[in-house]
Ligand binder design. Sequence first.
Ligand SMILES: *Cc1c(COP(=O)(O)O)cnc(C)c1O
Length: 382
Amino acid sequence: MFETSSLTISKSAYQNNLDFIRKQCNDGVRFCSVVKGNAYGHGLVPFVRMAYDQGVDYFAVYSSAEAYEIKSALPKADVIIMGMTDEPSMEWAINNEVEIFVFDFEKLELAIKMAHQINKKVNIHIEVETGMNRTGFLIQDLPHVFSIIKENIDFNELIGFTTHYAGAESLVNDFRVREQINLFAKAQDMLHQSGLKPKYIHSACSAAMMNYPETIGNLVRIGIMQYGFWPNEETLIRFNGNSRENDQTLKRLLSWKSKVMTLKPIKKGDYVGYNTSFQAYADMTLAVIPVGYAYGYSRSLSNSGKVLIHGEEAPICGIVNMNALCVDVSHIPNVKKTDEVVLIGNQDKKTISVASFGEMSDQLNYELLTRLPYDIPRTIID
Ligand SMILES: *Cc1c(COP(=O)(O)O)cnc(C)c1O
């Protein structure tokens, strides 16, 4: 209540992106929506409810806390925890048929021990280390992993066999990703020899799905592209025939809006805000917007970001404060208190995209999105 800005999430944009993603995959490939990081800032619960209405019933997160939120909202959805599960959350996961990534022997042993205690199968995805060097079993440890799984076959269900690529968005990493693909193929040979048959073999994130379609398997784990962003510009350019012009393939879901809080006329030569980084080049009118870095609006956009007011770009003057920022509206007639301000999104024919916002502030889309605070309400619109 009483928030100074609002976020809207577009359902039709999401449908557009889902259609595009499904077109990249053959029939029978299951779509798993990656919603870690508060659904990349889109708001976990509002986002998963919307996605579920549109037929998405499989979600992947990092933390058990996020899995718990999804299961509370959508008890029938399938959920994977790709990161940490300690004893209490493991117990909850087993009881609620939530799937977990298993990437080391301690976790495998704990999962099986708890499954015995609860007398219920634990749903696991075995993650293989192929070169990301974050989490995953080493190839040479797989025979031991398979024998533990087989010895405890009444207490585990092998749902998935998986790995994750280290930078499939860029050709610079091609040698590394190809080596990972080869190692994962080798791991799959070992899996087949063991006789184990997981439901899903999966490794593709957004960038791998686009740049290495051979990684698609029968499940894709898609984060950034479902929200309407390319993993990076290179991936867009490669897809789009060496051009990034007029790309309408993906649509952004998110808009971020606020209102003019007050107006401030200043004289030529006046300094604006803290310090002396902005000095008025003429007599000017500033609009003060009640959004600052405490709300996820990066301080690095000081004197460089832009917002939209009356369909015109209004540049930020001075430093982004904790709870406010000032923009130049001298060139925009009749700006009044409470007029709409677009921080991200469209107004008339102009757009402030998170990407350009990201480029301006030298941050990746991923980081900027996930920094949008939890407490700004997210509203789903058509
Ligand atoms: C984040 C993540 C994904 C999704 O990545 P995108 O680039 O957003 O599609 C897939 N798998 C794992 C293990 C991840 O951590």
